[in-house]
Design a protein around this ligand. Structure first.
Ligand SMILES: Nc1nc2c(ncn2[C@@H]2O[C@H](COP(=O)(O)OP(=O)(O)O)[C@@H](O)[C@H]2O)c(=O)[nH]1
Ligand SMILES: [Mg+2]
Length: 704
């Protein structure tokens, strides 16, 4: 294996909405570069990138995969990412270690919701970005419309470097305005192309686009702008230099043409990547933190040079665990270079880690390497206690690179073992699955007594369940999380009396209280007031009454849910010199509260979420109708690009599986966010059902 230096590497991440052709593109790149001897197909389940059985079954990418090839003596590390919305965390992780994002658009769909999401990620991570219009062999291809959308919805600084000569069936030729040539491919061939002169009828279009490009390059740099104004143009050398800098600095977003499954335009895209996309050496310094405590306890920012001769440091952006390899950590070398046997420290937990064998990856195949240099991406097995988002660095060079900010979960379910006694195994499994995939979260919810797992969608959690079964040998069920209802009152009850009096043999029990119950405003919680005058209830028993009330509030009288927003005043009572005790007053408190509560117009409260849905205009009616059907209130609508944003308030109990519902209502073109807002009264009919089912459960428990 050749060792590649920091200036001979390109790290690219293929991103885009699902089905844009990313996996097919990576396949065509490997084939064109001679890494493989045949062009695999997603439909046939034989691509290098989608090798995982789950991916072959479903014909979509679920995991990002790492591949590489050599193109004109440069190493291109390719990160193929999933486009399905359940796995956008993988996209963030890949963009974090890629210098350039290659954003694929379908020639007949243009900019889709998934496109915008991943383009936003690339913008926040400051990736250079090339746009590729793929599937130009499709019969409905509309290149000009896609370019228009890219300019309008992605950036005004999108500029076509290429355009198709004849799009649609038989597409094989691309006009290239940098070379001012036609590139003619053999569809389904090995990717080689002929350079032909531009035919007269398209020369004018090519010249117009070249002029656009020249102007954009000139505008991106003051020195070039002066030259352009003085000379009325730019030299080829200045154009190349300016384009390279403009791409790196996100001032220019070049747009190119392909048909990945036909292997048309793929090799010229790789030419462009090598010639104009940044190498790690061009990317300057990386920001980092010093571990707390070493610098007088302060976290301070430093900049780390991507210097192959510096102290070694690396950042782990992904962990996979597969039965045949064990745990494999993928990382980018940030500074210095790393070799097998190197001793590093994980600054997050101060633990030493010795690097075992290092690998470069081509899908599931790995090749051993003797060294990886600053900017390169590889894998290492058997790290002891290092996970996704951790930094390893040499002992003399303690740094922590900022963690990837993973997206918030949008899908929640209650998880329970099918067999009793598997709880410990599940806990271990969930913990390690979270370390491997930080977009998967879990927590034990004490209010509803369930373990709640959260992720990016139903499919995401299905995959988690499958992994639990395969790796930890536990069968679990996913269900709807219980809704954390609450109970409160709407009326004042001036007097609720209870006398607890028992005479059994020797010592009796005596506690007697009069309570007043009043509703409080939403969110005010609980207040206990001591209104006893003249010691009719002795001071030493009053806390016991309060304790009783608090205990009764834990499981409300209406349906067993916690009681909130009430004021309880103890205003009268009586005691017995011998028989009164704290216990007796506590019991009196419990009973008087329960009785008074049921007389005070008790109601159930339910959590309401703020819901924000982003959908294309034509899906609005359907989505709004569905929200109303879920007892939602539309709060507002606004336009964002070619999308509408609908804001609504919807009961949380109606939003279980909303990720799946929205996807099916919009054909995958809608996204949403939901966040707990406040509690509201449950409508009467609904409340009756909840109360009845609580009663049934209670009977069941009593029988059991
Ligand atoms: N006609 C045509 N189909 C393509 C092209 N690229 C990909 N496809 C097909 O589009 C579907 C999705 O492709 P895939 O590579 O899995 O897309 P990804 O989700 O972006 O990875 C598959 O059926 C591919 O065979 C292309 O350039 N032309
Ligand atoms: Mg894919």
């Amino acid at each position: 294996m050749r060792e590649y230096t920091t200036d001979h590497i390109r790290n690219i991440s293929l991103i885009g909405h699902g089905g844009a052709g990313k996996t097919s593109m990576s396949e065509a790149m490997l084939f064109s570069a001679g890494v493989t001897t045949r062009l695999g197909k997603v439909e046939d389940g034989n691509t290098v990138s989608d090798y995982h059985p789950d991916e072959i079954d479903r014909r979509i990418s679920i995991n990002s995969s790492l591949l590489f090839c050599e193109w004109r003596s440069e190493k291109i590390n390719i990160l193929d990412t999933p486009g399905y919305l359940d796995f956008t965390g993988e996209v963030k992780a890949c963009l974090r270690v890629a210098d350039t994002a290659i954003l694929l658009l379908k020639s007949f769909e243009g900019v889709e919701v998934g496109t915008e999401i991943v383009a936003t990620y690339a913008a926040s991570l400051r990736n250079a970005m090339c746009i590729v219009v793929n599937k130009l062999d499709h019969e409905n291809a509309d290149f000009d419309e896609v370019v228009r959308q890219a300019k309008e919805y992605l950036s005004h600084d999108v500029v076509p470097i290429q355009f198709p000569l004849r799009q649609g069936t038989g597409f094989d030729s691309i006009a290239d305005v940098l070379r001012m040539k036609v590139l003619k491919f053999k569809p389904g061939g090995n990717g080689r192309y002929e350079e032909l002169d531009l035919p007269a009828d398209i020369r004018a279009k090519a010249e117009e686009l070249r002029q656009q490009l020249l102007e954009l390059v000139a505008e991106s740099d003051e020195e070039l702008l002066n030259k352009y104004l003085d000379q009325g143009g730019l030299s080829d050398e200045d154009l190349r230099r300016g384009l390279r800098a403009g791409v790196r600095e996100r001032k220019i977003f070049p747009l190119l043409c392909t048909a990945a499954t036909q292997n048309v335009g793929v090799s010229s895209l790789m030419d462009f990547i090598v010639d104009y996309c940044p190498a790690p050496a061009d990317m300057g310094e990386v920001s980092a933190n010093l571990p707390g405590g070493r610098n007088g306890g302060a976290e301070s920012d430093i900049r780390v040079k991507q210097d192959p001769h510096g102290q070694p440091s690396l950042f782990v952006f992904k962990t996979v665990s597969e039965s045949h390899v064990g745990e494999l950590s993928f990382f980018r070398v940030i500074s210095g270079s790393v070799t097998p046997g190197l001793d590093l420290v994980n600054e997050a937990n101060s633990r030493p880690e010795r690097l075992a064998q290092l690998y470069v990856m081509i899908g599931k195949d790995r090749k051993e390497v003797g060294r990886l240099t600053s900017g390169d991406i590889g894998g290492v097995v058997k790290l002891k206690d290092t996970h996704t988002n951790d930094t390893l660095s040499s002992k003399n060079f303690p740094v922590i690179y900022p963690p990837i900010q993973f997206p918030e979960p949008v899908y929640h379910a209650a998880i329970a073992p099918k067999a009793k006694g598997d709880e410990d195994k599940i806990a271990t499994g969930l913990h390690s699955l979270h370390q491997e995939d930080p977009t998967f979260l879990f927590r034990v919810d004490p209010e509803i007594h369930q373990t709640i797992v959260s992720g990016q969608g139903e499919l995401h959690l299905d995959i988690v369940v499958k992994r639990l079964r395969q790796r930890y040998n536990v069968d679990v069920e996913l269900g709807e999380p219980r809704v954390p209802y609450r109970e409160t009152i709407k009326a004042v009850v001036k007097d609720s009396e209870y006398k607890h009096k028992k005479q059994t043999g020797g010592h009796g029990q005596y506690g007697h209280v009069h309570l007043r119950l009043e509703p409080l405003k939403h969110g005010q919680g609980f207040e206990f007031v001591d209104d006893i005058v003249g010691g009719v209830v002795p001071g030493k028993f009053i806390p016991a009454v309060e304790k009783g009330v608090i205990e009764a509030m834990k499981e409300g009288p209406l349906a067993g849910y916690p009681v909130v927003d009430v004021r309880v005043a103890l205003h009268y009572g009586s005691y017995h010199d011998v028989d009164s005790s704290e216990m007796a007053f506590k019991i009196a408190g419990i009973q008087a509260f329960r009785k008074g509560f049921m007389e005070a117009k008790p109601v159930l409260l339910e959590p309401i979420d703020d819901l924000e849905v982003k959908v294309p205009e034509d899906a609005m009616g359907e989505v709004m109708g569905d929200i109303s059907g879920r007892r939602g209130k539309i709060m507002g609508i606004e336009t964002a690009g070619h999308y509408q944003i609908i804001r609504a308030q919807v009961p949380a109990s109606e939003l279980h599986k909303y990720a799946t519902i929205l996807r099916s209502k919009t054909g995958g073109r809608g996204i949403f966010k939901a966040k707990m807002s406040h509690y509201e009264e449950v409508p009467h009919d609904q409340a009756q059902k909840i109360i009845q089912s609580a009663e049934k459960n209670k009977h069941k428990e009593q029988e059991a």
